[in-house]
Design a protein around this ligand. Structure first.
Ligand SMILES: NC(=O)N[C@@H](CC(=O)O)C(=O)O
Ligand SMILES: [Zn+2]
Ligand SMILES: [Zn+2]
Length: 426
């Protein structure tokens, strides 16, 4: 019994690639060797020298179910995940109803089980209906299987609500994950960063301080409460500076950055102001983008998360001001980052895998993200040589909203395995 994955290229301790076979028995990797002899009851899959990585882990996706199934369902989202090499994703609670009660957590877990593709771990909201007024029942939500606590989609405006959430979360050993945005600093109708592109088009802008003020506040509250505090989709250089300083002070703060904030800046937004370039937080300045890359490289920024935010084409056709914020990311993250960071020498392949699989699992105490004997068999195989351009029509996701259409990349998923079962085979 078992599956032999033959002729895969794996990273060794020195960060070099070497050809190996893997034996998977039930849901574990039981052997990684140069040549594993197949026995009669082994299924053999030839990987043709493609790159084998631990399955990617994304702690920030929006799967829209319940309530917004036209944008995405848990099944289509999970399909997009495995098509992108992701084996575990954590989905955000800004659904309708909000994931703020036990029944909704159970609903998501149930749908994920039915889809039987990626592992889908639901966040629970910090506040009822994400209105920022009353805490949810953290203990009950944790018991039901909530991954962590967040009001992603909106910032927790009240300092009192945030500090008390941190105190309760700390007592339960839960992480607090924050969309950092101070609404007092937002001009009405702002869709772009308060920078050159907004100015060029005479538009109001979203200032970096609207993010950084919350990052700073919450790091101080994390210090006071001792909770694990994680910053969502960091975008501004000021925020990176605050996280770096917090880490130096020994505070338990971690953060994620998206592929789009690493690869794009506001100067890249086309004059058409296509709403596929509208997301929250917005693409900031070139300097901000450079600070994010440096932060990721040095470890001030811990991990990469996509903030996969599908919306319908109708919604995105409403023009910059009226279209919703958000872009999809699951099916393009690895090819984009492999091509534009690894091939250009900004990150090593080992660093990319660390930031997309190993570290995200580690930060949240998940038993995944490692490719070694004894590990749970969650893995992804990528083709690092064939070039293909990004075509949203080919996405498994219902969301086609991406600014990366037409970008030519390497690093496309060949095969994804979750818990010892092949769930995607291209
Ligand atoms: N990132 C976005 O632009 N949009 C997200 C919300 C969020 O992540 O804050 C969404 O739910 O669409
Ligand atoms: Zn957010
Ligand atoms: Zn989000």
């Amino acid at each position: 019994m078992g599956i032999i994955l033959k002729n895969g290229k794996l990273l060794n301790e020195q960060g070099e690639l070497s050809v190996k076979d893997l034996l998977i028995v039930e849901n574990r990797i039981t052997k990684i060797e140069s040549n594993i002899e197949a026995e009669a009851d082994h299924e053999v899959v030839d990987l043709n020298g493609h790159f084998v990585a631990p399955g990617l882990v994304d702690v920030h996706v929006h799967f829209r179910e319940p309530g917004f199934e036209a944008k995405e369902t848990i099944e289509t989202g999970a399909h997009a995940a495995v098509a992108g090499g992701y084996t575990t994703v954590a989905c955000m609670p800004n659904t309708r109803p909000v994931i703020d009660r036990v029944e909704t957590v159970e609903f998501v877990l149930d749908k994920a089980k039915q889809a039987n593709l990626a592992r889908v771990l639901p966040y629970a909201a910090i506040t009822v209906r994400q209105l920022g007024v009353e805490h949810t029942d953290f203990a009950a939500l944790q018991q039901a299987g909530a991954f962590a606590l967040t009001d992603d989609g909106v910032g927790v405006q009240s300092t009192k609500m945030m500090v008390e959430a941190m105190q309760k979360a700390k007592a339960l050993g839960m992480s607090v994950v924050a969309h950092c945005e101070d609404n007092d600093l937002l001009p009405p109708g702002a869709a772009l960063h308060d920078g050159v592109t907004a100015a060029k088009h005479g538009l109001p802008g979203i200032p970096s301080a609207s993010e950084a003020v919350h990052v700073g506040r919450d790091i101080l509250l994390a210090e006071a409460t001792g909770v694990h505090y994680h910053v969502c989709h960091i975008s501004a250089k000021e925020s990176v500076r605050l996280v770096r300083d917090g880490k130096r002070a020994g505070i338990n703060v971690t953060t994620e950055v998206t592929p789009h904030h690493l690869l794009l800046c506001d100067e890249d937004i086309p004059d058409s102001l296509d709403p596929n370039w509208k997301m929250n937080p917005p693409l900031r300045s070139r300097e901000d983008r450079d600070a994010l890359i440096a932060g990721l490289k040095e470890g001030s920024i811990d991990i990469i998360a996509t903030d996969h935010a599908p919306h319908t084409s109708e919604e995105k056709a409403k023009g910059l001001k009226r279209a919703p914020f958000g872009i999809v990311g699951l099916e393009t993250a690895f090819p984009l980052l492999y091509t534009h960071l690894v091939e250009k020498g900004v990150l090593t392949l080992a660093e990319l895998v660390d930031r997309m699989a190993t570290k995200p699992a580690e930060l949240f105490g998940l038993p995944y993200g490692k490719l070694e004997v004894g590990a749970i068999a969650d893995l992804a195989v990528f083709d690092l040589t064939t070039e293909k351009s990004i075509n949203p029509d080919h996405f498994k996701s219902k969301g086609k909203n991406t600014p990366f259409a037409g970008w030519v990349c390497k690093g496309w998923t060949v095969l994804t395995m979750v818990d010892g079962k092949i769930v995607y085979n291209n």
